[in-house]
Design a protein around this ligand. Structure first.
Ligand code: HEC
Ligand code: HEC
Ligand code: HEC
Ligand code: HEC
Length: 385
C-alpha cells in the first residue's frame, strides 16, 4: 500500500510540475536591458522564437528600376484614378510589384496573378471587388507614408508589410460576437474567451472595437490618490490591459519596452517608443475608420465577420510579432514614386474652346491640388501626456 501511495504522490507531483511549467519557455532565455540601470526595464527574448521569426521577415528583392520617360499612365489608360501621374514604365512596375506582394502565383487563390483584380484583357474594367479594394489600398498606403511619419518614419510601408504574399493579411480582426454569457445571464464583456489576439489572456477579448475603431479613453490612472472626481473603474483597467497585451504580443516585446513598471502612467519615465505607440494607436484607428469601414459594402459576405463588419487592422497586421515590421527594413525606398505620397494627376490639356483668344485675359490657374495633411484633430503634434 505504501509504495502505491508514494508512487501516486510522485505521479501527482509530476503532473503538477508539468501543469505549472506548461506555460513556461525552455531556457536559455536572453535578457537585454532597455532602460536606466536599476529600473528593471529588461526585455526577455527567446532565441529560438527569434530565429523562427526571422524566417517570416525576409524582405523580397526589389524589382529593377523602370525605364525613365515615356507617356504618363493617365494619358493612355482609361481608368486610372490614383496612379495616373506615373510614367508608363513605373505604372507597369507597380502593377507587377503589387501582384507579387498580394497575389503571387503561389498564393492560395483561385486566380492568382493579374486576374485576381482584372477581368481578362480589359484592364479598365472595375467589376471585380478586389480591384476596387486595391485602389483604396493604394490610397491608404500613400496616406500612411505621407501623413503618419510620426509612426512609420521614412521606413514606411508597402502592401507587403501587411499582405506578405497573401490576399487576406494574416492578422485582421472582426467585432466580437459573443459578448453575453450562456443562457443570457448578463454580459461577460467578452471575458474568459482567451483569443490569440490578446495572447490567450482572460481579459476582454475584443479591445479593438472600443480603442482601434472607437476612441474610448485608454488611460485610467487617476490624478489623485483618492478617487476625487475620478470615476475610472476596474472594468476600464481590464480593457486597457487587454489592448496592452495585444500591443506587447503584436510587437514581440514586454510591457517595459514602453513603460517603466514603477509608474505605467508617467510619460516622463517612459521610453520614446511609448510615444511612437501613441501615434500607432491613432493611426490604426484612423485607417480603420477612413479606409476599411468605407469598404464594407464592397467586400462580399464571405470576407466579412459574423456581425457583417469588414476585416480591420491592429498592431499585428503590420508588425507580425516584430518590434518594427520586417525588423525595420524599408521596402518603400524602392517604390517611392508610386507609394510615398498621393501622386498629382497628369495635367490635362485644356479643350480647344477654352484656350483664350489672343488679347483675351488668360483664365486664372486652377487651385493647387489639396495635399492631405494630418488634419485629424486627434493627431496633434503635442507631446501626449
Ligand atoms: C491587387 C489588385 C491588382 C493586381 C493583382 C493587378 N492590378 Fe492592374 N490595376 C489595379 C488597380 C486598382 C488599377 C487602377 C489604378 C488606379 O486607379 O490608379 C489597375 C489598373 C491597371 C491598368 C490600367 C487599365 C486602364 O485602362 O485603366 C493596367 C494596364 C493594369 N492594371 C495592368 C495590370 C497587369 C499587367 C497586372 C499583372 C502583372 C495587374 N494589373 C495586376 C489593381 C491590380
Ligand atoms: C496596413 C495594412 C495593409 C496594407 C499596407 C495594405 N493592405 Fe490590402 N488589405 C488589408 C486588410 C486589413 C484587408 C482586408 C482583408 C480581407 O480581404 O478580408 C485587405 C484587403 C486587400 C484586398 C482584398 C483581398 C481579398 O481577397 O479580399 C486586396 C486586393 C488588397 N488588400 C490589396 C492591397 C494592395 C495592392 C496594397 C498596396 C497598395 C495593400 N493591399 C496594402 C490591409 C492592408
Ligand atoms: C508598444 C508600447 C507599449 C507596450 C508594449 C505597452 N504599453 Fe501600456 N501604454 C502605451 C501607450 C502609448 C499608452 C497610452 C495610450 C493612450 O493614451 O492612448 C499606454 C497606457 C497604459 C496604461 C494606462 C496608464 C494611465 O495613464 O492610466 C497602463 C496601465 C499600461 N499601459 C500598462 C501596460 C502593460 C501592463 C503592458 C504589458 C502587458 C503594456 N502597457 C505594454 C504603450 C505601451
Ligand atoms: C501600417 C503599419 C503599422 C501599424 C498598423 C502599426 N505600426 Fe508600429 N511601426 C510601423 C513601422 C513601419 C515602424 C518602423 C518605423 C521606424 O523605422 O522607426 C513602426 C514602429 C513602431 C514602434 C517603434 C519601435 C522602436 O523600437 O523604435 C512602436 C513602439 C510601434 N510601431 C508600435 C505600434 C503599435 C502599438 C501599434 C498598434 C496600435 C502599431 N505600431 C501599428 C508600422 C505600423
Amino acid at each position: 500500500m505504501r509504495t502505491t501511495a508514494s508512487s501516486l504522490k510522485v505521479a501527482a507531483a509530476l503532473v503538477l510540475a508539468t501543469l505549472v511549467t506548461a506555460g513556461c519557455e525552455r531556457p536559455p532565455i536572453d535578457e537585454v536591458q532597455s532602460g536606466y540601470r536599476g529600473t528593471a526595464m529588461v526585455q526577455v527574448y527567446n532565441p529560438r522564437v527569434l530565429a523562427e521569426q526571422a524566417t517570416h521577415n525576409v524582405v523580397p528583392a526589389a524589382l529593377p528600376a523602370a525605364a525613365e520617360g515615356g507617356p504618363l499612365a493617365g494619358t493612355i489608360y482609361q481608368n486610372v484614378q490614383v496612379l495616373g501621374g506615373l510614367s508608363i514604365g513605373e505604372f507597369t512596375r507597380t502593377m507587377t510589384a503589387i501582384t507579387a506582394w498580394v497575389v503571387p502565383k503561389d498564393a492560395a487563390a483561385a486566380e492568382a496573378g493579374c486576374n485576381y483584380c482584372h477581368v481578362g484583357a480589359n484592364f479598365a474594367d472595375d467589376s471585380k471587388y478586389t480591384k476596387v479594394v486595391a485602389r483604396k489600398m493604394l490610397q491608404m498606403t500613400q496616406k500612411i507614408n505621407a501623413d503618419w511619419k510620426p509612426h512609420v518614419q521614412a521606413t514606411g510601408v508597402t502592401c507587403y508589410t501587411c499582405h506578405r504574399g497573401k490576399p487576406v493579411p494574416e492578422y485582421v480582426w472582426f467585432k466580437d460576437v459573443d459578448n453575453t454569457a450562456a443562457g443570457g445571464l448578463g454580459n461577460r464583456a467578452g471575458q474568459n474567451r482567451s483569443t490569440a489576439a490578446i495572447n490567450g489572456a482572460s481579459l476582454p477579448s475584443d479591445p479593438f472595437t472600443p480603442f482601434l475603431l472607437g476612441a474610448e479613453p485608454i488611460r485610467f490612472t487617476g490624478a489623485t490618490a483618492l478617487p476625487t472626481g475620478n470615476r475610472k473603474s476596474i472594468k476600464q483597467a481590464e480593457w486597457t490591459f487587454s489592448l496592452m497585451t495585444h500591443m506587447s504580443q503584436g510587437l514581440g516585446v514586454n510591457c517595459t519596452y514602453c513603460h517603466n513598471s514603477r509608474a505605467f502612467n508617467d510619460w516622463s519615465q517612459s521610453p520614446p517608443q511609448r510615444t511612437t505607440a501613441w501615434y500607432g494607436i491613432r493611426m490604426a484607428r484612423s485607417l480603420n475608420n477612413d479606409y476599411m469601414v468605407p469598404l464594407t459594402d464592397v467586400f462580399p459576405a464571405h470576407r466579412k465577420g459574423a456581425l457583417g463588419d469588414v476585416a480591420k487592422l491592429n498592431c499585428s497586421t503590420c508588425h507580425q510579432g516584430a518590434y518594427k515590421p520586417l525588423y525595420g527594413a524599408s521596402m518603400l525606398k524602392d517604390y517611392v514614386t508610386a507609394l510615398a505620397a498621393p501622386i498629382p494627376p497628369p495635367a490635362v490639356a485644356p479643350p480647344a474652346e477654352a484656350v483664350p483668344a489672343e488679347g483675351e485675359a488668360a483664365p486664372a490657374p486652377a487651385a493647387p491640388a489639396v495635399t492631405s495633411s494630418m488634419s485629424d484633430a486627434q493627431v496633434s503634434k503635442r507631446q501626449p501626456g
